[in-house]
Design a protein around this ligand. Structure first.
Ligand code: FE2
Ligand code: FE2
Length: 358
């Protein structure tokens, strides 16, 4: 299913990156004064170890293309179908937008605060995300579809999030980003014939950066435990569901991409959720019960709603508008039902940090 126009020019690639829909990655801004007041002294030892890792920068030479890169694109990627090519471009653009979203947010926090711990962290994370975004952009440039990142920064809409929402959402997107990249990497390691583009070779060391970014937010939240208790648990449940549901619907809109790798969108997504659930125990006192049949059918229904919304949008006019409204209500009702499904509760481990062992 392709709900967007064909991406065949740099202009259309940029439009795709700029658009703000329910499912597209967003840009964020936050309350810098509140960020400045953060105290991480409760996790000082683990924090300092992590900072030393950032300082050591073991991926400083990783995001360089080798001469074989272009050869592989020419020989292997040229064999994929035009529809598959579109799904891959959509994947590259949404990945680039979310990498760059992190880069902008971390850089803006860095520029607007004085708190030495948080400032140093933001500088390191912005460094990493900038490398990730540029590396993806090089692959778009191979097809003449490079995105002007300065322009994107100026023209895309920004969403304001309180710091605690930034922590929940960004922690999750870093960890789920790790789980997504490592699941693809492991699959293609087992089936190298299915590696249809060389960029996937970079995913293993790349996702270790994302893992560490997630660790940073885990430490910030564990150092401020009120963020993980009481009414905030309801926010954690909301963000878990919102992030999982968005990923599920977005991934199911590009089934060929997963097929080409020998994966299937649903099993891939549930593997990613399983890994993410294991990781988030380091910080969240609850996790979603991803094996509950009502959870699975709810997510499947959300994807159905999305396809119906796309059809109604394409139809247009009064009827199309009414149909869209009807499906929006259905989607919202399903989301609410999913939200109130029982969750799993667990106590938080004494040792916060984890190793990327998947
Ligand atoms: Fe990244
Ligand atoms: Fe990241």
């Amino acid at each position: 299913m392709q709900s967007t126009p064909t991406i065949d020019s740099a202009e259309k690639a940029s439009q795709k990156a700029v658009e703000s829909t329910m499912l597209s990655p967003r840009f964020y801004t936050t309350d810098f004064a509140a960020m400045d007041r953060l105290d991480i002294s409760g996790v000082r030892a683990e924090w300092d170890t992590m900072m030393a890792e950032y300082e050591g920068d073991n991926n400083h030479d990783h995001f360089q293309r080798t001469p074989e890169f272009a050869v592989e694109v020419a020989e292997r990627f040229s064999q994929v179908s035009p529809e598959m090519r579109q799904e891959f471009l959509d994947f590259l653009i949404s990945s680039l937008t979310s990498e760059f979203s992190g880069c902008i947010l971390y850089n803006e926090i860095f520029r607007n605060i004085e708190n030495p711990d948080i400032k140093q962290l933001m500088r390191f994370m912005a460094r990493d995300e900038s490398r990730h975004a540029s590396f993806i952009n090089q692959s778009l440039k191979d097809f003449g579809l490079g995105i002007d990142l300065g322009d994107l920064k100026r023209t895309k809409a920004y969403t304001y999030f309180k710091p605690k929402y930034i922590f929940y959402a960004t922690y999750l997107s870093e960890k789920i980003g790790y789980a997504r990249y490592i699941t693809i990497y492991r699959q293609l390691e087992r089936h190298p014939d299915k590696r249809f583009h060389p960029i996937f070779r970079w995913f293993e060391r790349w996702c270790n950066d994302e893992f560490r970014h997630g660790e940073s937010f885990a430490l910030i939240m564990r150092a401020n435990p009120h963020l993980l208790r009481g009414g905030n648990v309801y926010w954690i449940r909301f963000f878990l569901l919102a992030v999982y549901a968005t990923m599920y619907v977005r991934d199911h809109a590009r089934p060929m991409l997963h097929q080409e790798m020998g994966l299937e969108s649903s099993s891939y997504d549930y593997e990613v959720f399983r890994i993410t659930n294991e990781i988030t125990r380091q910080v969240f006192p609850v996790s979603l019960d991803i094996d509950n049949p009502a959870f699975r059918s709810g997510l499947a229904h959300l994807f159905h709603v999305q396809t119906q919304m796309d059809k109604a949008k394409a139809r247009g006019g009064v009827i199309g508008g009414l149909q869209r409204a009807r499906w929006a209500v259905s989607g919202l009702a399903t989301f609410v039902r999913l939200y109130f499904l029982p969750v799993k509760h667990h106590s938080l481990p004494t040792q916060i940090r984890m190793a990327p062992a998947w």
